[in-house]
Design a protein around this ligand. Structure first.
Ligand code: PLP
Length: 383
């Protein structure tokens, strides 16, 4: 059997560490999980109630490929009410999670020879998704001093004639960086000038602790050049249901629906009912998740400072902390450090190199309180 170049993609580093941890668990060992980016919060009653209601007539037909009409309407109106966008059903697609949304957009907009600009530290899956579309990634590195944010000037310098797409992740996984309205306006302006489409990955939009979330979809002058990706995974703590959304130009939505029609056939109808339940009480469901994540962030930062004597840059959003491995007396290779920590302390972390930034590790503080305090203690014991 010969495989094509497209499948020579490295497996996601987060998945690899998770499966090593699962192996340890299957041997009966307790593993402290700082790796999975999954808000561990019970499903809100509204989610479960709507699923029960859907199951009443005991039928589960194929849903429309682009998603249930009610759900497309509900998602568009949630964006409009929450972030001041102006979307309608025709601007909205339901996908199998935000990840498939990004994959489908890359398939629709990129081809061989094109470049997609991503900002490091970046979400681990962007480079693989761009390669699967046979395009090249161009990385713009940011640093801790500037709060891990990219500037419009740095992007302008990075763009070439081949650049078709900018993937902007606001609030950012793994750094928690959150962009202001002014910063986004400047970024959108340089993208428009260079004719670069902005894929705005906004899957942590409701998990914001400091400042205000601004959607790239809320700039009327940039409607044509912006496509927004959303998800129920983080904002409503529904990762396993696998529901995401795309908001953008109706022509693009139609193309993406065609890609879905020939790949996933759309999102499970049961999951779409669950998403309808979450959106029916979106404010409450999201504020519950945010409240729990805020408590865990506070607990994590305090335990970290107590054990390692170092204060961290407080993430303004999302569910992660990006920490230099120098805090643990280590240097250089973040993969070796994570392997050692998993081996010796039964603690899972994700190496910074998976996000394109060596010398750091990512902690997810979205797990249980027991995992946070126990994990920090175990890590401090071996460091
Ligand atoms: N975008 C970012 C930045 C993420 O961190 C994730 C998941 O970790 C996703 C997109 C995809 O999320 P999902 O496919 O669960 O909606």
């Amino acid at each position: 059997m010969t495989f094509t170049k497209r499948v020579e993609i490295e497996p996601s580093a987060t998945m690899t560490i998770n499966s090593l941890a699962l192996q340890k668990r299957s041997l009966g060992e307790h593993v402290f999980n700082f790796a999975a980016g999954d808000p561990v919060v019970p499903n809100h009653a509204a989610i479960l109630e709507r699923v029960k209601q859907g199951l009443k007539n005991k039928l589960s037909p194929y849903p429309p490929v682009a998603g249930l009409a009610d759900l497309r309407d509900a998602a568009a109106s949630w964006m409009n009410v929450t972030y001041g966008t102006r979307y309608e059903k025709e601007n909205t697609l339901v996908t199998c999670g935000g990840k498939f949304a990004i994959y489908a957009i890359a398939q629709a907009l990129l081809e061989k020879g094109d470049e997609a600009v991503i900002i490091a530290p970046y979400w681990v899956s962007y480079p693989g998704i761009v390669s699967l579309a046979e395009a090249k990634t161009k990385t713009v590195q940011t640093n801790e001093k500037s709060g891990w944010k990219v500037t419009a000037e740095a992007l302008e310098k990075a763009f070439t004639k081949k650049t078709k797409l900018l993937i902007l992740n606001n609030g950012c996984n793994p750094t928690g960086a959150l962009y202001t309205r002014q910063e986004i306006a400047e970024i959108l302006a340089v993208c428009k000038e260079a004719n670069v489409t902005v894929l705005s990955d906004e899957v942590y939009s409701e998990i914001v602790y400091e400042g205000k979330f601004v959607s790239c979809g809320s700039f009327p002058d940039h409607r044509d050049g912006v496509v927004v990706v959303q998800s129920c995974s983080k904002n409503f703590a529904m990762a396993g249901w696998r529901v995401g959304f795309v908001f953008g130009d109706p022509k693009l939505i139609k193309v993406l629906a065609t890609i879905q029609g020939q790949s996933t056939t759309g999102t499970s109808i049961v999951s779409q009912w669950a998403a309808l339940g979450a959106l029916s009480q979106a404010k409450e469901v999201a504020s519950n998740v945010r409240e729990v994540m805020l408590q865990r962030r506070t607990l994590f930062l305090a335990a970290y400072e107590e054990h390692f004597g170092e204060a961290l840059l407080k993430p303004a959003s999302a569910i992660y902390v990006f920490a230099p491995i120098s805090h643990f007396g280590a240097k250089g290779d973040s993969v070796a450090f994570c392997e050692k920590v998993l081996e010796k302390a039964n603690v899972t972390l994700i190496p910074g190199i998976a996000f394109g930034t060596e010398g750091y590790v990512r902690f997810a503080f979205s797990g249980t309180e027991k995992d946070i305090t126990g994990g920090i203690q175990a890590l401090s014991d071996v460091c």
